[in-house]
Design a protein around this ligand. Sequence first.
Ligand code: SDX
Length: 356
Amino acid sequence: METKSIRVAKGLERVIVDDTAISSTDSKGNLVYRGYKATELAEKKSFEEVAYLIAYGKLPKKAELHEFSSQLIKLSRLDNSTIRLLKSISGNAPKLDMLRTVISGMPLEGNDEHKALQMAARMPALIAYNVKAIKPMKSKNANYAERFYNAITGIEDKNLAKYFEKLLILYTEHEFNASTFALMVTASTLAGPQAAFTSALATLKGPLHGGANSEVLKYLLKFKSKEDAIRFVDKKLKAKEKIMGFGHRVYKIKDPRAQFVKLQLRTLSKEKGMYALVEYAEAIEEEMWNLKRIPANVDFYAAIYMYLLGIDEKFYLPIFAAARSFGWIAHYKEQVASNKLIRPDSNYIGPKGLKL
Ligand code: SDX
């Protein structure tokens, strides 16, 4: 019996396409990972604990955490063919393009879940590959965030790595965002985890989704005063142009991640003695709210946060991808566990009945 098609909003806005037990957000600005408040997890847990929670559905016991943490180290090692693939890509290719290319072609072993974990575990090493020669870490039991932070900055500092870890946790998962949904569509064809991760990485590149944080830093660094910043907003809005780092499909009041990072910036900017960027950012946020009632999203304050942590902006989006890859593991498994090919209908509005 033919089922009737239903028409939904463009961009699937406000359309529930499936159930998920991984995370939930709402317009008021709540973000929950597997039942826990994401900002509370960022405050109190390690990245490994949260990555495990997201990927496997529960917080790890001590032995599970130890095993998972050692797995992440073991699986992060790059084999020779992956290194050859890395070397074949030009050094000045955008890091996310390199990541997508290498992830799509590197050899993986084991079942789908193991392949997905292997890709997630390797991301920091792929992103940090060829970074100026970094001296080996002194600490022998550095955690994921400390190793990743050291690999991309050369800095070995537990306090700064802790700031970095909190951002990684807030990047890890976010329901059916565009790159995760692209992963789900690919997974639904049974193309496997490597194709699904490649779809997600390709989708993440767009400035409407992942690529905004670098754009935010570029414009913030141009300002010499708060008035400069406000003039920038007024000019962009008058020209009906979008301001990177603002707006969100779900968050209409506030992005809890942006507000959490903004608070962390209060202490980080004090420690660094660098206040100007935060002052400009807060002035822009206020102007956008007063004029358009549009909240800052995570990318807005994350851009300054990573700048103050001494992270080069070419790593901003790859860092997002590395953390989000654990959310991708969870969504990949959830999709294939109760799979249905994702293939929507369309309403044809083209010409009909033409004769050749
Ligand atoms: C993330 O989906 C996720 O979960 C993404 C993410 C994740 O963790 O995966 O949360 C990551 O949030 C990063 C988003 C980074 N992108 C940007 O910062 C780019 C700028 N933002 C916009 O392009 C926009 O806000 C989107 C794409 C994020 C959301 O767009 P929507 O939901 O399709 O809304 P829209 O573009 O239809 O805008 C609605 C109105 C429009 O005004 P009108 O035409 O109705 O008058 O709001 C305006 C827009 O012009 N608007 C903006 C704006 N964003 C929306 N106006 C100025 N600047 C903006 N940034």
